[in-house]
Design a protein. Structure first.
Length: 272
């Protein structure tokens, strides 16, 4: 969780005003999870961090509200619901689109502790996301970096920002517009539905890798147990190393293709 830890250090050491926080207050809420299949989290402008913890049975949410106008402090809140429809949602003053910094702003940095292995559905509009030690996870993010460490099966749809994924128990599906994708330690298959720009890298994949569509940026995977397949790549290099199954590149624009240590067949547009 490198990016989140850096952000946390800045928050801990920097002054509130230097971070664009003229007025602030804290909100603490517990959410009962008994009877729920998953926890839905709806975040807004601001950082989001969710951690799975042993020894707790409820979700513990802490929000740090920062606004440029004191009168907006009481308008920012956390809407919550417990039980089957367990939910935590950030509500900010409705005075237009917010930015994290500037002369006119409102945002909430949100930290949530949940029981280890909790299933999550996360929706976020802007700001970095850090999530660790949870169960099945779905993330829809508009902007900001995403850092996932120790999770169950994972689905990510991201518009912009880098994606770091480590130690996932199950399959991964990623749909990304811009920013690099870095995947390490997956006990399942990796599917990149689409990636518009940025490198795609991965290692220690216990299933197969499928890149359906990539527009630009390099693609490199090392130590894949099953097949590594790139269906369509417009530009950038494609490299494969230590692949347990086949390595296939079905359609390629510009850029080199290289492979080393492939146990199965190697198929590229040049040798078909």
């Amino acid at each position: 969780m490198k990016r989140y830890l850096f952000a946390a250090l800045v928050l801990a050491t920097g002054s509130a005003h230097a971070l664009g926080c003229e007025y602030e207050r804290n909100i603490d809420v517990d959410v009962v999870l008994a009877g729920s299949e998953k926890l839905t989290v709806v975040a807004a402008a601001g950082e989001l961090h969710i951690s799975g913890r042993t020894g707790i049975t409820e979700a513990r949410a802490h929000g740090r509200v920062c606004v440029s106008e004191e009168k907006w402090l009481d308008e920012a809140k956390l809407d919550t619901e417990g039980g089957r429809g367990a939910r935590v949602a950030v509500v900010l003053p409705d005075h237009g689109g917010w930015k994290l910094f500037g002369s006119h702003y409102a945002y909430m940095d949100l930290t949530i502790e949940v029981p280890e292995g909790t299933a999550l559905d996360v929706q976020d509009s802007s700001g970095d996301i850090g999530i660790d030690n949870v169960g099945p996870l779905t993330v829809h993010d508009s902007s900001g970096n995403i850092d996932i460490d120790h999770a169950g099966p994972l689905s990510i749809r991201d518009s912009s920002g880098d994606i770091d994924i480590d130690d996932v128990k199950g399959d991964i599906t990623v749909e990304d517009s811009s920013g690099y994708i870095d995947v390490h330690g997956v006990d399942g298959n990796v599917t990149v539905v689409s990636d518009s720009s940025g490198d795609i890298r991965g290692s220690d994949i216990q299933g197969g890798v499928l890149v359906q569509k990539d527009s630009s940026g390099n693609i490199r995977f090392i130590d894949v147990r099953d097949d590594f397949v790139v269906e369509r790549d417009s530009s950038g290099d494609v490299a494969a190393e230590d692949i347990g199954g086949d390595f296939r590149v079905l359609s390629k624009g510009s850029g080199r293709i290289s492979s080393k240590g492939v146990s199965g067949k190697v198929e590229t547009p040049e040798n078909r």
